[in-house]
Write a protein that binds this ligand. Structure first.
Ligand code: AKB
Length: 342
C-alpha cells in the first residue's frame, strides 16, 4: 500500500528549508523534489528525497506510483531577477513545472479518492504599478488591483494562480463526473527574509543580502535607492502562513489567492537597523536601474485583510522584532565561527 505523505518541491530553497524543519518534528512524512540534492541536515528529516526537475513528468509518475500524496507545497521556482536573464527557461520551469504538479495532484486525488490540498506561493511580483506616482497613491494594494506584472516571473506567478483556480473549479468541465478536483490555495508573498538561507536570485534580495554581508564583515552596495519601499516578512511567519492556510477548513476560504504582509520598510530603514546591529558594517548604494525598475513596479504595501479574516493570518514579527529577535541573533550565530577566524 502507498504511504500517505506531504510533497514539498523546491525543498532545498529558502522557503523549503524552513518548511521541512518546521514540519518534520511535527511527525509529518515528507517527500521532497528538488533539482539539487538536499543538504545532509535537511535530507535526514525527510522520508524520501527525489532529485530532479518538476518539468520531468516521468519523475512525477514514479512519485505517484510509490506514494499517496495528500498535500503538496509547490515551492520550486526561478525567482524574478534570475528569470529575467532566461525568460523562456523561467516559463518552462515556473509554468510548465506547475502544470505538471497540478496534473500530478489531480491524478493523485483520482487515485485515492480525496482532493489533494495544493499550496502555492505566488508573489507581490504579480502586481505592476505603472509609475512611482501610482505606487505612492495606491497605498495598500488589494488582490484585484494592478495585476499587470512587468517581469516573466510575475507573469508566471499570476498565470499559475489562474491555472490553480482552473484545476480547482473547472478542470475538464465538459467531461463526465471528473472527481475529485485539486484543492488549490495560494498566497502572494512579499519579500521574504531568511536568517538561515542565503538569497537566491530575487529582486527583493537586497534586504537579506544587507544583513548577511554585514554579519560576514563584507562591504555591501545596495542595488536600490534608499527610499525604495516594499512589503516584507520574516521567513518563520511565511512558513506558518503556508501551514495555517493548508489547515484551514475549505468552507472558510472566500478566495484562491491571498495577499500577505508583515511590515513595509525602505532600503534605508533596513540599512539603519543593520548598522545599529553591526556598527562596523560598510553599507553603501550602487543603484542598478534595471532591478530598481522591477522593485518600483511592486506595491509599497498590500491589504491582507482577506487572509486575516478567512483563515486567521497573523504574523509574529513586525519590523523591529524581525531584526531584533530573529534575523540579527540567528545570522550572528550562523557566522560567529567565520568572523572569529578573520
Ligand atoms: C523575488 O524577489 O523575486 C522574490 C519575490 C518578491 O517573490 N523574493
Amino acid at each position: 500500500m502507498r504511504k500517505p505523505v506531504v510533497l514539498i518541491t523546491g525543498a532545498g530553497g529558502e522557503i523549503g528549508h524552513g518548511l521541512v524543519t518546521r514540519l518534520a518534528p511535527a511527525g509529518a512524512l515528507i517527500i521532497t523534489l528538488d533539482v539539487n540534492p538536499l543538504e545532509r541536515p535537511l535530507a535526514k528529516l525527510v522520508t524520501r528525497e527525489f532529485t530532479g526537475s518538476i518539468t520531468d513528468a516521468s519523475l512525477l509518475d514514479r512519485v505517484l506510483a510509490e506514494f499517496e500524496v495528500e498535500r503538496v507545497f509547490h515551492l520550486a521556482a526561478l525567482l524574478s531577477a534570475r528569470s529575467e536573464f532566461t525568460p523562456t527557461t523561467a516559463h518552462h520551469v515556473n509554468v510548465g513545472g506547475t502544470l505538471n504538479l497540478l496534473e500530478f495532484a489531480q491524478r493523485q486525488g483520482e487515485s485515492h479518492g480525496r482532493p489533494v490540498t495544493f499550496i502555492y506561493p505566488s508573489s507581490i511580483a504579480a502586481y505592476g504599478l505603472p509609475s512611482l506616482a501610482d505606487k505612492s497613491a495606491a497605498g495598500r494594494v488589494r488582490e484585484d488591483q494592478y495585476a499587470r506584472p512587468t517581469t516573466m516571473y510575475g507573469c508566471n506567478k499570476l498565470y499559475c494562480e489562474q491555472l490553480g483556480h482552473y484545476y480547482a473549479k473547472h478542470y475538464k468541465q465538459l467531461s463526465a463526473d471528473v472527481i475529485p478536483r485539486v484543492d488549490f490555495r495560494c498566497v502572494r508573498f512579499p519579500g521574504l527574509i531568511s536568517a538561515v538561507t542565503t538569497p537566491s536570485g530575487g529582486t527583493s534580495d537586497y534586504a537579506p543580502e544587507m544583513i548577511h554581508y554585514a554579519a560576514r564583515s563584507e562591504r555591501y552596495d545596495c542595488f536600490v535607492r534608499p527610499d525604495t519601499m516594499i512589503p516584507f516578512m520574516a521567513m518563520p511567519d511565511g512558513v506558518e502562513a503556508l501551514l495555517r492556510l493548508a489547515a484551514a477548513p475549505r468552507e472558510q476560504l472566500t478566495r484562491t489567492a491571498y495577499n500577505l504582509t508583515a511590515f513595509s520598510a525602505s532600503a534605508s530603514d533596513i540599512r539603519n537597523v543593520v548598522l545599529a546591529a553591526f556598527p562596523e558594517a560598510s553599507i553603501g548604494y550602487a543603484v542598478d536601474q534595471k532591478r530598481q525598475g522591477i522593485v518600483d513596479s511592486w506595491p509599497a504595501d498590500v491589504d491582507d485583510t482577506a487572509a486575516r479574516n478567512d483563515w486567521g493570518f497573523s504574523p509574529e514579527y513586525d519590523f523591529s522584532r524581525a531584526f531584533r529577535e530573529y534575523l540579527i541573533p540567528t545570522i550572528n550565530e550562523r557566522y560567529k565561527d567565520q568572523t572569529k577566524r578573520k
